[in-house]
Design a protein around this ligand. Structure first.
Ligand code: NOJ
Length: 530
């Protein structure tokens, strides 16, 4: 395997902010967010200090899966505006030092995409995976067109898998084609064309949906990795500086496969997403039945185990080296927010103090900066429900801007909103928290500013974990001592020798070699040059 190229420089300083476009800001009063709405709220992003936004898919779509069912990769959905609106937003964001990434749904289209409609009527077409059998192979779906047989979906039935070939042939499945067959080659070229189109308009890169899913029956993902490395090579030659982040959930595979960064996610081959879930997931909100009930490290009872996360982190970073980053999201559109179930607002500052001082590429999910909660009982919308205890809608409710009607999200009648707002009369808002210097929002802003101004806190500096029970204690870049106590009970640990000046702290003191942390306390201390 050729060694991966070093990561692009700007990404090392990035603080990502994820926008679910449906729910961020609605400018035209139809109840659904749009690009002009985001543009009007760029002040918030600039003030907060985030410098890279990634949008969930915003392309033409029947929205069976919130836009992850793309019907035209080169045209944005009219409900968000026009391609020109997106370009204008990207330029306006760029003037404020904010890059914009789009979501590349690489593994499947919508069943309404013209490629699929043509394929369903042309027995020779190979762009999708068709079994011309009498009986449906497991998981396959009957052709909706004149072509007989069945197609393979990639997620929901309405999301036919694009054909990137199979890594292995199987006489029992004669429809398999190799990765360099005509259909797979056309699809690989299509990925280039899509990227080229948007990068040419000023976008800065992509988060790639289900990046591991491309080549089927692919042991160790070897052929899928080859495909991405080839694309990365093309990207580096044609659009140097553009970023590729994968939704893979396994950075030690995806970064060597050519991605600049990957996320620790609620799923993933290593322990079914355990590394991330062991930090945040508290068995409320989005729950998948195979998951073991687990006390998260960021839990008031203090029964969590940081090493579940830390061991996986260490293993991945050792393999990745300088080639890329691991992104740690506060949440995303697929799983519960930080503020879910028993996790109260007073517990959130410690979580951000950790995320924004850890050597990660931090990703803040819209609204988490004010502690918006996962809203249980939110109606299912656009394929949000994945299981009896797994509805993603609760993480997708409208952004809470202020105390005007619809929390300033939209002027539409409340019943026309994409999803109802959190009905809690005490729901947090941006306006209230901006007016309060003691708010979570101000803390997040200060932490982002501190991170930017302090290379020792960035992803490339060293991390020495001194205590991984409660409190968590680590030193960044040999200079900054971080203490985080995510449980309700107080905790003590030994401090490194010498003075420690508080840079940002609440409920943590360091005196005479002893760290004392109150429940939910956090602190960042300057140990001075050593
Ligand atoms: C992962 C996306 O994050 C999720 O929202 C979507 O439903 C599936 N991929 C299918 O595209």
């Amino acid at each position: 395997m050729s060694s991966p190229r070093p990561a692009i420089e700007w990404l090392a300083d990035a603080v990502l902010y994820q926008i679910y476009p449906q729910s961020f800001a609605d400018s035209d009063g139809d109840g659904i967010g749009d690009f002009a709405g985001v543009e009007a709220r760029l002040d918030h992003l600039e003030w907060l200090g985030v410098n890279t936004v990634w949008f969930n898919p915003c392309f033409a779509s029947p929205f069976d899966d919130a836009g992850y069912d793309v019907a035209d990769y080169l045209r944005v959905a009219p409900r968000y505006g026009t391609n020109e609106d997106l370009t204008r937003l990207t330029e306006a964001a760029g003037r404020r030092g904010i890059r914009v990434l789009l979501d590349l749904v690489a593994g499947h289209t919508s069943d309404q995409h013209p490629w699929f409609k043509a394929s369903a009527n042309d027995p020779a077409d190979q762009r999708f995976i068709w079994a011309d059998t009498d009986q449906a192979p497991e998981g396959f779906v009957a052709s909706p067109g004149t072509r007989p047989g069945f197609y393979q979906p990639n997620f929901f039935e309405s999301q036919p898998a694009l054909n990137f070939g199979h890594a292995r042939m199987d006489p029992a499945e004669p429809w398999r084609v190799p990765v360099d067959a005509e259909g797979p080659r056309a699809n690989r070229q299509a990925l280039r064309d899509i990227m080229d189109h948007w990068l040419g308009l000023g976008l800065s890169g992509f988060r790639v949906d289900m990046a591991a899913s491309l080549v089927k029956d692919d042991p160790e993902h070897a052929e899928t990795a080859k495909l991405w490395r080839e694309l990365r090579g093309w990207l580096d030659r044609t659009h140097p500086g553009a970023a590729l982040l994968s939704e893979w959930g396994d950075p030690q595979i995806s970064v060597p496969a050519g991605f600049h960064a990957d996320f620790f996610l609620q799923f993933g081959p290593r322990g079914d997403g355990l590394p991330l879930r062991s930090l945040w997931n508290n068995w409320e909100g989005t729950v998948s039945e195979p998951w073991e009930p687990l006390q998260p490290y960021f839990g008031a009872t203090g029964e969590g185990t940081f090493s579940l996360f830390h061991d996986a982190w260490r293993e991945a970073t050792e393999i990745i080296g300088d080639a890329g980053f691991i992104s740690l999201p506060t949440a995303n559109h697929d799983f519960s927010r930080l503020s879910t179930g028993p996790r109260t607002a007073e517990q959130l500052p410690a979580a951000f103090a950790f995320q924004l001082t850890w050597p990660t590429l931090p990703a803040i999910y819209y609204g988490d900066e004010i502690g918006m909660r996962y809203v249980p009982g939110t109606p299912t919308r656009e394929g949000s429900r994945l299981g009896p205890r797994y509805d993603r809608a609760g993480s997708r409710t409208p952004m809470q801007w202020d105390d005007s009607p619809n929390a300033g999200f939209s002027t539409a009648p409340a019943e026309d909103l994409y999803l109802p707002l959190d009905p809690d009369p005490d729901r947090p808002t941006v306006a209230a928290q901006r007016a309060d210097e003691g708010s979570l929002l101000h803390l997040v802003r200060r932490l982002i500013a501190l991170r930017k101004a302090t290379p020792e806190l960035g992803p490339k500096s060293s991390t020495e974990v001194l205590n991984e029970g409660y409190p968590l204690v680590y030193v960044r870049g040999g200079r900054f001592l971080v203490v985080v106590n995510p449980r309700a009970a107080s905790a003590e640990a030994t401090a490194p020798a010498g003075p420690a000046g508080a840079v940002e702290a609440a409920g943590v003191t360091v005196t005479d070699g002893v760290i004392r942390a109150e429940g939910f306390g956090y602190g960042i201390f300057d140990l001075g040059a050593r």
